[in-house]
Design a protein around this ligand. Structure first.
Ligand code: ATP
Ligand code: ZN
Length: 296
């Protein structure tokens, strides 16, 4: 196999909501990515991977066809595109915990709305006809779908459609257009997708290595290292309070009989409430530290 074939090609959004965070994920996984002269393809210097920078709508196709081994795209785009792809050739490898947004039905402020049945006979503008039709079918509602590639929120005002189905994050765009969200079609986040076609175009070990590093990055996002001193007698209660901790390390404190130091890796967020409960259980000198790298 030539050197060329040994490099992983990964599709990421060129510009937009997912662009920066996608590259950052791989950088946190240790890849040094040169934002070079070649605008279409960025190269990782210290890992055999190249990043194909494209419109997000094209990413599922690039991965399904095997042109790219991996890609990062919103679940909304993936699900919308799946029927047109060889669905068997692409799968979600990891949810990534960023790019959260919701595909919603929004109606003009003055329109009454109780449930999906109220959409019956209406026209609905959207960039996500597949997802919308599935939603309408599930609810057994007959409505007409008006496909638009952008600026969906102006459709009701221009009498292009009665209501819309669009991505919402803060709701500001809706409000500015006299609309309000009334129902959720889909909750979405960015996902890492991988090619699963029959012929393995890429060395599995390379993909496995990268996935392992990404798992490490995802795991450290929420994970904290927590340390405290406490009376040995309170140990059971404290372990109970620690969120998602495995077996903590417990060591005696020199010169303080009955007192121990407790060190634990917590897999879930550590909130102020958790610290207050630990304190109430007798802990003192509680420290919460971020974890930089982790391999499970
Ligand atoms: P492209 O030029 O690549 O086609 P686009 O205009 O289709 O870009 P963006 O607006 O950048 O796409 O959104 C890309 C994806 O990011 C969406 O499909 C969705 O999954 C997610 N997304 C959309 N809006 C937000 C938001 N406000 N916050 C976080 N993620 C979002
Ligand atoms: Zn797009």
């Amino acid at each position: 196999m030539t050197d060329q074939e040994q490099r992983l090609r990964i599709a990421v959004q060129k510009k937009g909501q997912l662009a920066d965070k996608s590259l950052q994920l791989f950088e946190q996984a240790g890849l040094k990515i040169t934002r070079g002269a070649n605008d279409l393809l960025y190269r990782a210097e210290n890992f055999p991977a190249d990043f194909l920078r494209v419109r997000d709508d094209d990413i599922p196709q690039f991965v399904a066809s095997g042109a790219c081994a991996l890609g990062i795209v919103g679940e909304n785009v993936l699900e919308e595109d799946l029927p047109q792809l060889q669905a068997a050739a692409v799968e979600v490898a990891r949810p990534l915990g960023f790019g959260q947004c919701t595909l919603k039905i929004a109606v003009p402020n003055e329109m009454a709305y109780n449930n999906a049945q109220d959409l019956s006979g209406m026209s609905i503008a959207t960039s996500y006809p597949v997802l919308l039709k599935k939603y309408l079918d599930d609810k057994n509602v007959a409505a007409s779908v008006v496909e638009m590639s952008g600026a969906v929120e102006v459709a009701p005002r221009l009498n292009v459609a009665d209501v819309i189905c669009d991505l919402v994050s803060t709701g500001q765009t809706l409000a500015a257009n006299g609309l309000r969200a009334v129902d959720t079609v889909m909750n979405s986040e960015a996902v890492l997708i991988r090619h699963t076609g029959e012929k393995t175009l890429y060395p599995e070990d390379l993909i496995a290595r990268l996935l392992r590093r990404i798992d490490g990055v995802l795991a450290t996002r929420e994970t904290k290292y927590i340390m405290m001193n406490a009376p040995e007698a309170a140990l059971d209660e404290i372990i109970e309070i620690l969120p998602g901790a495995g077996s903590p390390t417990v060591t005696p404190l020199a010169g303080e009989p009955g007192q121990v130091a407790i060190h634990a890796v917590c897999q879930e967020s550590v909130f102020w409430e958790t610290l207050e409960r630990l304190k109430a259980a007798g802990s003192s000198a509680i420290l919460v530290l971020p974890i930089e790298k982790m391999m499970l």
